[in-house]
Design a protein around this ligand. Structure first.
Ligand code: SAH
Ligand code: SF4
Ligand code: F3S
Length: 473
């Protein structure tokens, strides 16, 4: 089914993945928790904060839900399908709980926030409902649930950034890590549920971000991805040093930790990414030349309805500016097919925009109405499902061609690649990424290399999503 194709592209391979055990010492951890995460990278980063809080509370992680005392689902509400996936998982957990009556089941994240205590009415087996700003209260909520009461905390906060909590890296490759730099979102894109599930935007203390990245580097990590729904509106006033820190400034601070630490970020809103950010990227070799710049639609009329606050021309000018300042910069996008009132002409504008921006990659969806959003309240979801799917199919096909071209153009080039681990297909090959975020696979040969090393690789061929190459000296 088409929706599946698209979700699979978007939601990467980590969806629903259980985390590896990181502590099994029964002296330290009297109980076990199991966590599954869905949705965006921020949700995965949050699960690592939850793990830190649970460790403190005497819970160690397990990869096996059947032996867990506490099963947690960190959920996503972005599209209806995301929520359906979670409901299906809960059905599976019901069987496990039937065999283990003492086991607690908790729902965390955006779906918990959206549905609040309604969740407990709808899904009888759920014991705890905890919103994204309430994770510090987990120990108390668990205690409450252990006495047989249902426990709920879905309060959103204007301040919470979990700045002081050191995330416990779960299922990590030891090379790349996500670091949250802000929470929430103040934009009101008409289709989007995030402002309702994550609350107001707030930026995390810059010093705590730099400290976390430095610790990661000192522990062997070589790449950090700074995360936020809208990283370009990062803004922090360091009163002690009388310093105002914008996103460009923060990028620089993280880049200066070490030239050997790569810096990435996600996501940029086209209206907020500044020349300052682009020049900072250009200035530091270790800031990766890759920008995820979601367009959503190529039609100015639809963009206005979506409340994206830029026009087709503004977006094109942004792409031009990026290419002017960094000719080698990779650009990717998010695209929604079949938003309310979208005509064939609007759709053609989206396809045209894709040709213009020549995206290396895109996450593509058809519009899914979310209760409570601006669009749900104001507009009719009037594009028939079959039309949405056909348009999405055309967008996917267009992107496939663009990706193929983009990857083929790299053949013959030599890139600095950060090795992340064995290739999926063979442990005789390494897998890594170049600065542009493209996956590069190459034979290990006789070179004495390890994951976390940088190596120069010359590309000899490509597929739609992988560059194949050989090590060059
Ligand atoms: N903060 C990011 C996006 C976060 S959500 C940004 O502003 O770009 C990730 C993507 O999901 C969005 O970019 C959008 O393309 C898609 N999305 C969000 N709400 C959606 C909906 N109701 N239906 C379909 N796709 C949606
Ligand atoms: Fe949603 Fe728009 Fe905020 Fe992104 S910027 S999270 S799409 S409201
Ligand atoms: Fe989903 Fe919430 Fe992220 S709705 S995309 S998990 S912010």
């Amino acid at each position: 089914m088409l929706d599946y194709v698209s979700e699979k592209v978007q939601d990467e391979s980590r969806q629903g993945e259980a985390f590896a055990p990181f502590a099994n010492d029964p002296q330290v951890y009297k109980k076990k928790f199991y966590i599954e995460s869905y949705g965006c990278q921020m949700n995965f980063a949050d699960s690592e904060i939850v793990a830190a809080i649970l460790n403190e509370t005497g819970f160690g992680a397990t990869r096996n839900a059947e032996e867990a005392d506490l099963v947690l689902l960190n959920t996503c509400s972005i599209r209806e399908k995301a929520e359906q996936t979670v409901r299906n998982r809960l059905t599976t957990f019901k069987q496990i709980k039937d065999a283990r009556p003492g086991m607690l089941i908790g729902v965390l994240g955006c779906m918990a926030e959206r549905l609040k205590s309604k969740f407990l009415e709808e899904e009888k087996l759920v014991d705890m409902v905890v919103g994204p700003d309430a994770y510090r209260t987990l120990p108390g909520l668990i205690e409450e649930a252990e006495t047989g009461q249902k426990a709920v905390n879905v309060l959103l906060s204007r301040e919470e950034t979990y700045a002081d909590i050191s995330p416990v890296r779960l299922d990590s490759n030891g090379v790349t890590a996500f670091v949250s730099i802000m929470r929430g979102c103040n934009n009101m894109c008409a289709f989007c549920v995030v402002p309702f599930t994550r609350g107001r935007e707030r930026s995390r203390d810059a010093e705590s971000i730099v400290r976390e990245c430095t610790d990661l580097f000192n522990n062997g990590y070589k790449e950090v991805t700074l995360l936020g729904q809208n990283v370009d509106s990062y803004y922090f006033v360091d009163e002690a040093n009388d310093e105002t820190i914008t996103f460009a400034k923060l990028l620089e601070k993280v880049a200066l930790i070490s030239p050997l630490l790569r810096v990435r970020f996600s996501t940029s809103h086209p209206k907020d990414i500044t020349d300052d950010v682009l020049y900072t990227m250009a200035k530091y070799e270790n800031i990766c030349k890759y920008i995820h710049l979601p367009v959503q639609s190529g039609s100015t009329r639809i963009l206005q309805l979506m409340n994206r606050t830029y026009t087709r021309e503004w977006y094109m000018a942004k792409v031009d500016r990026i290419r002017e300042i960094m000719p080698d910069c990779g650009i990717s996008s998010d695209i929604i097919a079949g938003f309310c009132t979208e005509t064939e002409e609007d759709h053609a504008d989206t396809l045209g925009m894709m040709d213009y921006a020549k995206y290396d990659m895109s996450y593509m969806f058809f519009y899914s109405e979310r209760p409570g959003t601006l669009a749900a309240r104001r507009y009719k979801d009037d594009v028939p499902e079959a039309v949405k799917k056909r348009r999405l199919q055309e967008i996917v096909e267009k992107q496939n061609k663009l990706s193929q071209e983009s990857y083929r153009k790299d053949v013959g080039n030599t890139y600095k690649v950060l090795i992340e681990g064995n290739s999926k297909k063979s442990d005789k090959d390494w897998m890594g990424r170049n600065s542009q975020n493209k996956v590069v696979v190459f034979p290990k040969g006789d070179h004495q290399l390890n994951k976390g090393d940088y190596v120069m690789v010359t590309v000899h061929s490509s597929t739609q999503a992988t560059l194949l190459g050989t090590i060059t000296n």
